[in-house]
Design a protein around this ligand. Sequence first.
Ligand code: ADP
Ligand code: MG
Length: 252
Amino acid sequence: MNGKILEIQNLTVSFDGFNALNNLTFSMNTGELRVIIGPNGAGKTTFLDVITGKVKPTKGRVLFKGRNLRKFSEHQIARFGVGRKFQTPRVYLNLTPRENLELSCNRQKNVFATLLKPTPSGERQTVKSLLETIGLTAKADILSGLLSHGEKQWLEIGMLVAQSPDLLLVDEPVAGLTDEETMLTGELLISLAESHSIIVIEHDMEFVRQIARTVTVLHEGSVLCEGNIEQVQSDPRVIQVYLGSTSEEAAH
Ligand code: ADP
Ligand code: MG
């Protein structure tokens, strides 16, 4: 191990000859919280797709903990420790938050086996502390369908953490949340960053300012610039890219 959880070297991903990612090089240290921004179509989602193995490199390499991911399936890559949170929460609405978390601790078992068997005490502790982390202790035993959109997002983040990933990929976690929920999501990610490496893709610049240490700006499939939020926001290339698009596009 060289301290790099993720190294991406000269990565190109082509769709019918169009390079969604174009000779992209990126690396991040174990334990880092990295925010990725960029205008619509910059390649942010493709970037996550290629890390999870959903999309394969046309050229170049993705190394996770030093291992080239090329020949592995999405399922195998998840087992190596890459966890992805999608934009839309994927929780069982007819189960409680506690039950959803218990299920995630037991990914290999099926729903019924998990719900019918008594939960071992170690796992009960894990679920209890996850509920505290995501702020859902008081709502642990109501149906998840009754949670707000923000609370469902936190539950799904908790479900992801229950599987002990080394690298958490989070795509637009605050889209559609209230200001207060957005702020609390930032606090949650900052607290998870104490024990995880995390990549967050986000457009909400106020939220980016709340959580960001290092920001990477993607543009036309490549890294345009990287630095702290002040450096990135004052970089003329970044200003150009965002001004060059319509304000509607800049927001996505
Ligand atoms: P972002 O998430 O930054 O908005 P994407 O990674 O979704 O950008 O897309 C980058 C570019 O690649 C866009 O121009 C998009 O239209 C194109 N693209 C993404 N996925 C596909 C695909 N499966 N087939 C063809 N083009 C795609
Ligand atoms: Mg996208």
